[in-house]
Design a protein around this ligand. Structure first.
Ligand code: SIN
Ligand code: MN
Length: 198
């Protein structure tokens, strides 16, 4: 599926690749614990987050930004795994490396409201997103919040790319189909969003 720079690659990863990536990322998450950021308005997000790579996206009452250290532990984020650099290069059609991987964990009931990814410096670099575990009902809109949207499923092993005219498209996750996968211990969906932030 492709429209205006939005690309969906269903089943981009084999079950074995999904399992090893989930295990690798969850091991690193042990060093950079998941936490629930608050929105600039002060509400805790339902999605638990952490980051890998040189810079990590975060949100709190002071707004959205990238930080080089974990806001709770103060430690640098764990290094970006090579497996994710490979995905960035292949699916993002890049020869460089992403400096940020946002790790989103959706347990049952978590969702992400419609938003744009616009805290990065250079919008000519894509956003490459990996889905692992439970299926998500993903919503994709246009460049204005009021533009029409369509929704479709993102399943474990799917990779999608926001690039070109879709780089700043509004998007969000309406809900998770809880129990649709057994990949993530404790259940849920792991989403890995690769970006070049700086
Ligand atoms: C995000 O926009 O940060 C996450 C999207 C997703 O979970 O698929
Ligand atoms: Mn996003």
């Amino acid at each position: 599926m492709e429209t205006d720079g939005f690309r969906l690659f269903p089943d981009a990863m084999t079950p074995q690749q999904q399992a090893s990536m989930a295990q690798e990322v969850l091991t690193l998450v042990g060093l950079a614990p998941l936490y629930h950021p608050t929105t600039p308005g002060g509400r805790p997000m339902s999605v638990a987050m952490t980051n890998l790579g040189a810079r990590g996206w975060m949100s709190d009452k002071n707004g959205y930004r990238y930080l080089t250290t974990h806001p709770v532990t103060g430690a640098p984020w764990p290094a970006m795994p090579d497996s994710l650099v490979h995905i960035w290069r292949r699916f993002g059609e890049r020869s460089d490396s992403p400096d940020a991987c946002l790790v989103n964990l959706y347990r049952a009931g978590a969702r992400m409201s419609l938003h744009q990814d616009r805290d990065e410096r250079d919008f000519s670099a894509p956003v490459v997103s990996v889905s692992l575990g439970d299926t998500a009902l993903f919503r994709l809109g246009g460049l204005e919040r009021r533009d029409p949207t369509r929704s479709f499923r993102l399943s474990s092993g799917d990779i999608c790319v926001l690039s070109g005219r879709s780089r700043l498209a509004f998007h969000g996750v309406d809900r998770i189909l809880s129990g649709s996968s057994q990949l993530i211990p404790g259940g849920g969906r792991l989403n890995l969003t690769l970006r070049l932030s700086a």
